[in-house]
Design a protein around this ligand. Structure first.
Ligand code: FE2
Length: 340
């Protein structure tokens, strides 16, 4: 049987079977080919992976934008009020249209995780509106109460107090250390990897829209293990095929920079630089498209469910924002061969 004979599509957004190509750059291998079949809807994905021994179910939650303010936060109000107000009221559920506070939508998703007996919850940032102690404590307790394993990576709002002096890099470093560390028990918040059920989950914090040289080296080291790899990011990878309005907010967009930054004034943050992307960012995006054993990217930031083919093996799954009750239930399963 040739590979072509068992290409098949299933689901409403089916992407068929892809067999990655071994890419070699000089002495470097960008990952051994892994056969993968993707199918998805706006709130589910099934990813069949050659060599996987048993299914693994992940609930992907992103952009819950929870605010739980208390008196401890009074001194930070000047930095948190706009976002707290934006997400302080009830939000319509994207499916049922029922209104609830973002915190209630978040708790409902954790109930879903328990009901579906998922193996893992993957959180890809903007889980809180700012690094308030009370909000982070609420999230941490709710996650701990599920008893379900979790992986978290930061979004641009998780560490940002609007109008606070300092570069994005400096503010991320400060507030990650001060407030968010409990969400990353024992892990490096900028980049870490955890192997679960034969899959290497690699989390990289690109919430400044950039990837550092250290993070790029980490990505290369982790993908060199040869395991099927799932990348967790807040900001989606830019692809030329993405012509939506959200493309300017994606990681590695060549036009990213001073002229395309339309949000710095309202978010009261450092304006994107005139020099544009770091070389390590463009190298990272290039490498993602050439990693044969990268099977999926789970991302958020743009708040709308979307899937995009990134390479012969990898599909990027952006989940609907959890502040509107969105999530994606991702099932990794052993690859089934067609009978014909
Ligand atoms: Fe968000």
């Amino acid at each position: 049987m040739t590979i072509r004979t068992f290409i098949k599509t299933t689901g409403s957004v089916a992407l068929g079977l892809f067999v990655a190509t071994l890419v070699v750059r000089g002495e470097e291998s960008a990952g051994k080919a892994i056969a993968v079949r993707h199918s998805s809807t706006d709130d589910t994905a099934t990813i069949q992976v050659a060599g996987l021994e048993k299914p693994l179910v992940v609930l992907h939650i992103t952009d819950s934008h929870v605010t739980v303010a208390d008196e401890l936060e009074a001194q930070y109000q000047q930095y948190s009020s706009r976002m707290d107000k934006s997400y302080g009221g009830e939000k319509e559920h994207w499916r049922t249209k029922k209104k609830a506070l973002p915190a209630a939508h978040f708790l409902n998703l954790l109930t879903l995780a328990k009901d579906r007996n998922v193996d893992l919850i993957a959180l890809t940032g903007d889980i809180v509106n700012n690094p308030s102690q009370s909000s982070v404590r609420f999230i941490g307790k709710a996650l701990n109460d599920t008893g379900i394993r979790r992986l978290y990576i930061s979004g641009n709002h998780d560490w940002h107090y609007e109008g606070m002096p300092g570069s994005d890099d400096a503010l991320r470093k400060t507030w990650t250390q001060e407030r968010l560390l409990s969400l990353y028990p024992g892990r490096n918040p900028l980049c870490y990897a955890v192997q679960i059920g034969g899959i290497n989950f690699v989390a990289i914090d690109n919430s400044t829209y950039q990837v550092t040289g250290e993070q790029l080296v980490f990505y290369e080291k982790e993908t060199a293990r040869g395991l099927p790899t799932v990348l967790l990011l807040h900001i989606p990878i830019y692809t030329p095929a993405n012509t939506s309005a959200s493309a300017s907010s994606c990681c590695g967009n060549p036009v990213w920079g001073w002229e395309t930054d339309h949000g710095f004034a309202i978010e009261r943050r450092e304006r994107w630089p005139k020099s544009g992307n770091l070389k390590s960012t463009t190298d990272f995006v290039d490498r993602v498209g050439k990693t044969g054993n990268l099977i999926a990217v789970l991302a958020g930031h743009t708040h709308k469910a979307r899937t995009e083919k990134l390479s012969d093996s990898a599909v990027q799954y952006i989940a609907q924002a959890a502040c509107n009750g969105g999530s994606r239930l991702v099932t990794f399963a052993p690859l089934m061969r067609d009978k014909n």
